[in-house]
Design a protein around this ligand. Structure first.
Ligand SMILES: NC(=O)c1ccc[n+]([C@@H]2O[C@H](COP(=O)([O-])OP(=O)(O)OC[C@H]3O[C@@H](n4cnc5c(N)ncnc54)[C@H](OP(=O)(O)O)[C@@H]3O)[C@@H](O)[C@H]2O)c1
Length: 291
């Protein structure tokens, strides 16, 4: 496994973690989900990303089961929903997450989305309280533009935002223009989500390039040179930024094995240029703000 520092800290986090969106939705899949998470953990994917919002707390319960005998080895990330971002709301949401996760602390607690309803000052004051109480070790945000990150950091004072979790994949490169450079400058970890593209119901659903498209053929062709799949090329490409980690979700163990192997290749400059041609850089920075 390859590790990177979390923000300004010397805490090492694996560059690939495990996403859990949809976990806990179907009780019949719980055994498979726990098995997948445990397989990942045993193979170094010890960072787990979840949220109170995923399956109304169901994903956190699945995670609790997967980590019950190895909590100390896990870097556990969960998120407070925007609607709960009042001062009291954040604290109560964290307490509920701690209970569902069956743990006494959260490693990294994120504001899931910016909130129009609750002032950032209130939300961050509650985050600082959770830090001071030791209920969370580090704090961060998700889907925040650099401007919003500045606003959040300004009210935090000595407490520091360690991470911004944002969508990043071949078909959505907007964060390269603003979030990634900002986070490099301020030593904040970028945690890229949806590395294989967005699900149909989100952001226009720009998923992974379909078979028989020229984009997929180019990824397959690049992969052939390294004995890798198109998915491994896509994942490896994301990790070329030094302050970035990514959190694919994979219930299928074959997929987890494939994602682990994605760390083994080094894309040549020629291949990176080819990717730029077929998956062009964005013209603008991150603009997606969901309230
Ligand atoms: N902060 C936010 O607002 C936000 C938004 C979206 C996502 N997230 C987080 O980011 C995580 C990842 O994003 P995501 O779940 O949207 O999408 P994703 O990880 O990009 O894609 C998941 C899909 O890719 C498949 N897959 C995984 N590895 C593969 C491989 N090697 N080859 C082929 N297919 C593979 C999975 O299949 P199987 O499951 O069948 O293996 C699943 O269908 C989420 O689970 C969540 O934790 C955060």
């Amino acid at each position: 496994m390859m590790y990177r520092n979390l923000g300004k800290t010397s805490v090492k986090v694996p560059v690939i973690g495990q996403g859990t969106w949809t976990y806990g939705e179907d009780k019949n899949l719980a055994v498979e989900e726990v098995r997948a998470l445990r397989f990942g953990i045993e193979n170094g994917l010890t960072l787990i990303d979840t949220a109170e919002e995923y399956s109304k707390g169901g994903a956190e319960r699945v995670v609790a089961e997967a980590i019950n005998d190895c909590r100390k080895e896990i870097f556990l990330t969960t998120k407070v929903s925007a609607k709960n971002c009042s001062y009291k709301g954040v604290i109560e949401a964290a307490e509920r997450s701690l209970e569902r996760l069956n743990t006494t602390y959260i490693d990294l607690y994120l504001q899931h989305w910016p909130s129009k309803e609750h002032p950032i000052e209130e939300t961050m004051r509650a985050m600082a309280y959770l830090l001071d109480k030791g209920l969370v070790k580090y704090i961060g945000v998700s889907n925040f533009t650099p401007q919003l990150m500045d606003e959040a950091q300004a009210v935090l004072g000595s407490h520091v935002i360690m991470c911004n979790q944002v969508g990043y994949h071949l078909n959505d490169r907007r964060v390269e223009n603003d979030v990634i450079p900002y986070c490099q400058k301020h030593e904040v970890t970028v945690m890229g989500y949806s590395p294989f593209g967005y699900a149909p119901q989100f952001f226009g659903g720009i998923g992974f390039p379909e078979q028989d498209t020229k984009e997929r053929q180019i990824l397959d062709k690049i992969g052939e040179k390294y004995g890798a799949t198109a998915y491994q090329v896509a994942l490896n490409w994301i990790l070329r930024h030094e302050n970035l980690i990514t959190i694919p979700k994979a219930k299928n163990i074959t997929h987890i094995k494939s994602n682990l192997k994605a760390l083994e290749l080094t894309l040549s400059d020629e291949d990176l240029q080819l990717i730029d041609t077929y998956f062009p850089k964005a013209n603008e920075g991150m603009s997606l703000v969901k309230y």
